[in-house]
Design a protein around this ligand. Structure first.
Ligand code: SF4
Length: 187
């Protein structure tokens, strides 16, 4: 620590450390919960585990107000473009937690439709292991993000891997039915 309390009660520190301290103490998570891990995520924010102790309880459902993406649950190929858009809309600096075996590796869903690890398409900062991870494990993951912020601060330019282009959805919605008139009545 390069902070010190001088005899005349002045506290000196670096501006960078104050900024990082405020940033790590007010994380605003963006939950992307698609499956059972999402229940553990909700439990983490409940009074029993009290995520507010770490300043990260203000879940936001708008990516523009979030700086910590928590992907909790399996992600399919069709979801990934949506998830990438959400990530791109989040404010910088931003961090990503991959929560649980499914998000990190596809888990037991070794199927063509399930992404076998979201880090193929998103820059993941912390992996939270388990199926499901307990709330304590997620809290440890959030503390790991706080340590990254403490040590690194802003992600240096060029450190983050660029997003890989995900498979665009191939589903084309069927055309809406056209009204027909039969015997003077429109259906
Ligand atoms: S890791 Fe386990 S608990 Fe989490 S979404 Fe997958 S199956 Fe559910």
């Amino acid at each position: 620590m390069d902070t010190q309390l001088l005899p005349d009660n002045f506290l000196t520190t670096q501006l960078k450390k104050v900024v990082n301290w405020s940033r790590r103490s007010s994380l605003w998570p963006m939950p992307f919960a698609t499956a059972c891990c999402g229940i553990e995520l909700m439990a983490t924010a409940s009074s029993r585990y009290d995520l507010a102790r770490f300043g990260a309880e203000a879940m936001r459902f708008s990516p523009r107000q979030s700086d910590l993406l928590i992907v909790a649950g399996r992600v399919t190929i069709k979801m990934m473009p949506v998830l990438q858009h959400i990530y791109q809309q989040m404010t910088e600096p931003k961090w990503v937690i991959s929560m649980g075996a499914c998000a990190s590796t596809g888990g037991v869903f070794d199927a063509y439709a399930t992404i076998q690890g979201i880090d193929q398409f998103l820059p993941v900062d912390v992996y939270v292991p388990g199926c499901p991870p307990r709330p304590e494990t997620l809290i440890e993951g959030i503390m790991a993000i706080q340590r990254i912020i403490d040590e690194d601060g802003l992600p240096p330019k060029g450190k983050r891997r660029p997003l890989r282009v995900s498979v665009e959805p191939s589903y084309v919605p069927a055309p809406q039915p056209v009204p027909v008139t039969i015997g003077g009545r429109t259906f």
